[in-house]
Design a protein around this ligand. Structure first.
Ligand SMILES: C[S@@+](CC[C@H](N)C(=O)[O-])C[C@H]1O[C@@H](n2cnc3c(N)ncnc32)[C@H](O)[C@@H]1O
Length: 281
């Protein structure tokens, strides 16, 4: 597998921070129970293998939060930023990183699936930052947010979800009211088939770019879009095409590069295989 990150750089970055400024007190307790050898072993796995259940410990929490902390620092150098996430599900990776980076920032997510939104509401209400949840397709974001009002648009491991939801819609499958994870095997079958038959671009590019363009309308000039991806073993076990799963961002990069209102930027420490950054012109 293409490595997710450079282990030595990751270790150096972790050594450079005050853990108390990134982790919450209960996470610090968990961290303090780990030896250096265990931490290094876990980081090695995270950097070199698709993530599986055993990876979701405080070590991964720190790794991913620090990565997003650094992405926020690069993309929203002015504090009090408003960040829009597309397809958060119930995950609080982004609002947690925002809490660590700037407690005065505001988080907004556009998330379609009802059950996952309920989970998100429960998790996020414990955090000190301001937030809004938009229960709709991000393609309709202009109905909710003013033009040029957002500092950063984030797709945290959600390009795959957005593409899968578009394919489901094309196939008459409702991803809003059904259980997302019950639909997952079918979604994986659909997207892997399109990839193998080389019809991914024909089926998905226009709809995906339309969604991105609508997000760009609410993004401030000079604002960024930050996109991350990594591999879960779980999806591979369900039959995700391994090449598609690994190369998700290199596959959509040429699509995004067709947009005339953005330019791709490269940020030190972020592997362009797993991270895409675009700046609005
Ligand atoms: C598996 S979940 C969570 C993804 C999350 N980024 C992660 O990896 O932990 C995927 C979510 O993306 C949402 N989603 C997919 N396409 C979307 C769209 N066009 N607009 C808003 N939400 C979308 C789904 O409704 C679902 O709640």
């Amino acid at each position: 597998m293409k490595h997710l990150d450079d282990i030595e750089n990751v270790k150096k970055r972790i050594e450079s921070i005050d853990l108390n400024s990134i982790l919450f007190p209960s996470e610090i307790n968990e961290w303090s129970e780990l030896t250096k050898e265990i931490v290094d072993k876990k980081l090695q796995r995270i950097c070199s293998l698709p993530l599986c259940d055993e990876d979701f410990t405080v070590v991964y929490t720190l790794y991913s939060r620090l990565k997003w902390f650094d992405a926020l620092k690069a993309c929203t150098p002015n504090k009090n930023a408003t960040v829009l996430e597309v397809g958060s599900g119930s995950s609080t990776v982004i609002p947690n990183a925002m809490t660590a980076y700037d407690v005065n920032s505001k988080y907004i997510t556009a998330n379609m699936n009802k059950k996952l939104t309920e989970g998100l509401e429960k998790n996020i209400s414990k955090l000190p930052i301001k937030f809004d949840i938009i229960e709709d397709d991000a393609n309709n974001i202009k109905n909710y947010l003013a033009s040029n009002s957002i500092d950063l648009v984030v797709f945290e491991h959600s390009v795959n979800d957005v593409l899968q939801a578009i394919l489901c819609e094309q196939n008459g499958i409702d991803t809003t009211h059904n259980d997302w994870f019950e639909l997952l095997p079918k979604m994986i079958e659909l997207i892997s088939k399109e990839y193998v038959e080389q019809t991914l671009e024909k089926k998905l590019k226009l709809a995906f770019l339309s969604l991105v363009n609508n997000c760009l309308c609410v993004l401030k000039p000079d604002g960024y879009i930050a996109i991350s991806h990594y591999m879960f073993q779980y999806d591979l076990n369900l039959g995700y095409n391994p090449e598609l799963w690994q190369d998700m961002l290199p596959i959509i990069r040429p699509w995004l590069n067709e947009l005339s209102n953005v330019k791709e930027v490269f940020i030190d420490g972020f592997d362009p295989h797993w991270w895409l950054f675009y700046q609005k012109l």
